[in-house]
Design a protein around this ligand. Structure first.
Ligand code: GLU
Length: 570
């Protein structure tokens, strides 16, 4: 068995700077006394492992991963954005932390509309101060650390400061993102100087980037705590940059930032077969959607049907349709609208929903149901494709699991950069249309409100109540499906962490069904058509999941095999 700590720390020391060690999708395995980390970038994974090796808790290590990802995966997440952290103790006690961004206090439902009251092109909203929410990750980290940290707050910043100051190499994935999303990535002079050459081209793969501004930001947060972010010069710099880029009254103010609060919330839990599943509740739709999909499938014997049977995945598609129909209507920020979370997971309600699923034939149309406690039924608006987010998971020596999804929403967020990090465009996760078909949308913009998310950080316990899995994903609206698919792989098919993430991806987008290119599903078009799925698209899947999974007495760690830039481990 490979000792992850010895290998990781030795490679850091030898390298002197952080090269892009080719990430392996395959499992790394660690016994419980040492703990284990899964992250999309191996340099961030090493940051978490280093904190565990020092005696840090899973919460400590997860915070260190979040900070390190700000450096090495700036396209996806960071301290300029927000996230959700689900923490499950060995004895089954689960709590969650909500670090979702908030809209400025003065924002109104017509926030994104142009002078004529129309919804502008999506990217126009993204690349503007209008899209920036008050960042939540540092407040989340401070709150979670105060409750569950073991190491000093300042120690958590060590690996990220080293990565930013000593430098890290641009990997193929980041290089591609810098080219593809130049309008946002290269928007500020600060970012152009960091990541582009004098001709405006992304620096080549392998270039060493030293982000001294970010190292200094981290140092001020390490010594000054959360207040060094939410007050003083840093808060002023963020408010000034966002206001200068916001074309209408109501822009983010210093007070918006100073007033930000991360929230500890109750976990949303249910049981699937003999396992207990706990996820994040609103303002993300992810936890409810994942659990609805699983519970609607429970009456089917997926294990007997098998992972290579189109009927298995047809049932999954149908369950997706039903869960997403409810999601569109009911899910939003519970601090602003009433969300019938218990009703949506009510066994009787879900039995009725599941009865709509036929193994022989696709539903013509999936409509939202009326769960117990539903007081509103409001349609949602637009749902764009999204490409920024990172999921990571940690288990520590006490067998506490932490599942944390962190995001700046789209690639490089809003494109605004202050202090070496990008500011999010999370507010485009609101419905930009406040009214649809004559009804107010639950997920409309309101001052101080958190936009609806799809992020689905989840922890799972086995039938004996032992920690079993910490899982989640990136990929916008695909996140709940990706997460549920990995859980089905682990629970129904008994797969390893890596095999569960490797399962082919399929998702129903309304009538249309995406089957993942390059997998056996490609050859199953006829079988899916025979089950009533007429509108099939075969294409690559924009997904990026991560998981820790207990098998025997060992934790398996895996990152999505679809991540670009892999080469074989030596
Ligand atoms: N902002 C999205 C959410 O909170 C995630 C974005 C992505 O993964 O591309 O659901």
């Amino acid at each position: 068995m490979r000792n992850i700590f010895v290998t990781s720390l030795a490679s850091l020391a030898l390298a002197g700077c952080a090269t892009y060690p080719a990430p392996a999708p395959q499992d790394t395995v660690a016994t419980v006394p040492a703990g284990a980390v899964s992250a999309a970038d191996p340099r961030a994974q090493e940051a978490g492992e280093a904190i565990l090796a020092k005696g840090g808790s899973a919460t400590d290590a997860a915070i260190a991963v979040m900070l390190a990802l700000t450096v090495v995966e700036p396209q996806s997440s960071g301290i300029g954005g927000g996230g959700f952290l689900v923490r499950g103790e060995a004895d089954g006690d689960v709590t969650t932390f909500d670090g979702r961004e908030t809209a400025p206090a003065a924002a109104t439902p017509d926030w994104f509309l142009d002078d004529e009251g129309n919804v502008p092109p999506f990217m126009q909203s993204v690349r503007s101060g209008l899209s920036v929410g008050v960042p939540g990750n540092i407040a989340l980290a401070a709150k979670a650390h105060a409750a569950h940290g073991k190491l000093a707050w300042s120690e958590l910043f060590g690996p990220a400061i080293e990565l930013a100051r000593e430098g890290f190499q641009i990997n193929p994935r980041m290089h591609d993102a810098l080219g593809r999303s130049k309008d946002r990535a290269a928007h500020t002079a600060e970012a152009r100087a960091l990541y582009y050459d004098t001709f405006g081209e992304p620096l080549p793969v392998g270039t060493l980037v030293q982000n001294e501004a970010l190292a200094r930001t981290f140092e001020s947060l390490a010594s000054g705590g959360r207040e060094a972010f939410y007050s003083g010069t840093r808060a002023l710099a963020i408010a000034t940059a966002v206001a200068a880029d916001t074309p209408k009254p109501g822009a983010m103010t210093y007070e918006d930032i100073a007033g930000y609060e991360a929230k500890e919330r109750n976990a949303v839990c249910s049981s699937y077969r003999t396992y207990r599943i706990c996820s994040m509740g609103p303002p993300t739709s992810g936890g409810v959607a994942v659990q609805q999909m699983l519970l609607q499938l429970e009456r089917f014997d997926l294990a007997s049907l098998g992972a290579d049977n189109p009927v298995t995945w047809h049932l999954f598609l149908e369950s997706q349709r039903l869960a997403y129909a409810d999601r569109e209507i009911y899910l939003a920020d519970t601090d602003f609208v009433s969300v019938p979370v218990e009703g949506l997971l009510d066994r009787t309600y879900l039995a009725g929903r599941s009865a709509l699923i036929s193994p022989q034939e696709s539903l013509a149309e999936a409509k939202a149901g009326t769960p117990p406690g539903a007081t509103t039924a409001m349609a949602d608006g637009d749902e764009p494709e999204e490409h920024g987010t990172s999921h990571f998971a940690v288990v520590d020596s006490e067998n506490t699991m932490v599942s944390y999804t962190s995001t700046i929403e789209g690639a490089f967020g809003s494109g605004l950069m202050v202090g070496g990090f990008y500011l999010n465009n999370e507010l485009t996760d609101f419905s930009r249309s406040p009214v649809v078909e004559g009804r107010e949308v639950a997920n409309r913009v309101e001052g101080g409100k958190r936009p609806r998310s799809s992020m689905s950080p989840t922890v799972i316990y086995d039938s004996q109540g032992r920690p079993f899995m910490a899982v989640g994903a990136a990929g916008g609206s695909t996140i709940p499906v990706t997460t549920a698919r990995a859980i089905i792989g682990a629970i129904d098919f008994g797969l390893s962490a890596e095999e569960a993430l490797r399962l082919p991806f399929m998702m129903a987008f309304g009538e249309r069904v995406l089957l993942e290119e390059g997998t056996w599903l490609e050859d199953q078009a006829e079988a899916f058509r025979a089950l009533g799925h007429e509108d099939l698209v075969i294409r690559q899947a924009p997904i990026k999941a991560g998981a820790l999974l207990m098998r025997g007495d060992r934790w398996q760690s895996a990152r999505d095999p679809r991540l670009e830039g892999f080469v074989d481990m030596p």
